[in-house]
Design a protein around this ligand. Sequence first.
Ligand code: ZN
Length: 343
Amino acid sequence: MKKKVIAMSLSITLATAGVGITPSFAANGPDVNGNETVQTAMLTTYKEMKSFLQKEDVKQEQMDLEVIGETNEGREIFLVKYITNPDNPTILYLTQQHGNEALTTEGALDYIRHLGSNSKKNQKMLKHVNILILPMLNADGAMGDVNFSLEDHVASGRHLTRYNANRVDLNRDHVKKAAPETKALHENVLQKYKIDYMIDMHHQGTQEDYNDRYTTGSLLTPQNPEVNSVVTEQSKRLATVLYQGLEPLGWTHIFKYDAPTSKPNVASNAMALQYDIPVILFEMRGMADNSYEPYVLGQKSNGYLTKQAFLAMQETSEAIADGSILKADSGVYEQLPEQNYNY
Ligand SMILES: [Zn+2]
């Protein structure tokens, strides 16, 4: 309770000041219990995303846009590709398997925009790494266009839900691949491209903390005992690179995810088990909408979390391009404490 009062008074101070909201303050920003109304109107809609990707595809020489399938309700699923040399290592960023975990996609769209900026740094990086981005896998859930009621969800405006239109949790469907979204991901991405690294991007609740400060994100490598040990080691290096890239900023607060599972049907185990892909789960603070209020984060925190998603992609792409990931110390990830879970 104390924490919430502090978070609220900070946000009031900042709102009064009106300027200079630094991520270090915003990073402990209010959850919904801070009495903020949760508006989802500023989140990119599927239609806006589609139009953005099509425009960038025309504008950006190095970018290709592929439709890999359709959601249950007939929305095209897009794969954004930067492939300069098939021999380069390739990383796949996957966002919004859970439709209510939206800022991962906002960060991905910012990263796509950034990759089109033609800076020397980008040009150099893209010569040495192939980047695949699959934003908003669960577009039906993201748009609340589902075959069940979302009346109990707390956000104002469009509702967003974890599940696909037929109430399938896509991140428990990686063995059966029963949903059209998961099937398309496996058949037209994972089985078609040689992928060397992957980050599966999610949002957790709002109350996870460490040392009395809310965590901004948490990391987890594959947990299933059947995963090849080389794949596990490379996954830990990927986690280390993300952590070491973001922690020095000061406003991120990243720890190990507190609820590890060895289930083979979740992406962070399935990709390692089925394709030997080094993979990490990256969970960011707070969901855009949910029926359970403590999971939902107010939109005042959108800015820093979107930035965190963007930087997670940028830091890992660069470490793969310059080869520093090969020398990363997996012990850094191993020694990260688990965040606390407070519900
Ligand atoms: Zn999730």
